[in-house]
Design a protein around this ligand. Sequence first.
Ligand SMILES: [Zn+2]
Length: 104
Amino acid sequence: MNFEEIKSAVNHLTKTSKCMQCKSKYTGKSVNLIATTKTEGLFEMKCPKCECSTIVTVLLSTDLKIQDHNSRTHLGISQNDVLDMKNFLGKFDGNFKRIFTKEK
Ligand SMILES: [Zn+2]
């Protein structure tokens, strides 16, 4: 994803997502980029109200429009969540993982 695509992905997320716990709307500031590939972005969304975190993947379709996103909710980050995230990232290609490691 390039910068423009990341920006529109964040836009899309803030427009279409609500906190699963308290139903608050996310703001641009509550969305953090974790990693991207050419066609996918992995974002962490933190609720401004109850601080519960959600890990979201955004897929770009072939015409580079945002297609869909899946989300998982985390109530705080525990050791298990970190392992979970590693497993989750492991499903993607090596590139994805490398970017993630480099940014850490
Ligand atoms: Zn919330």
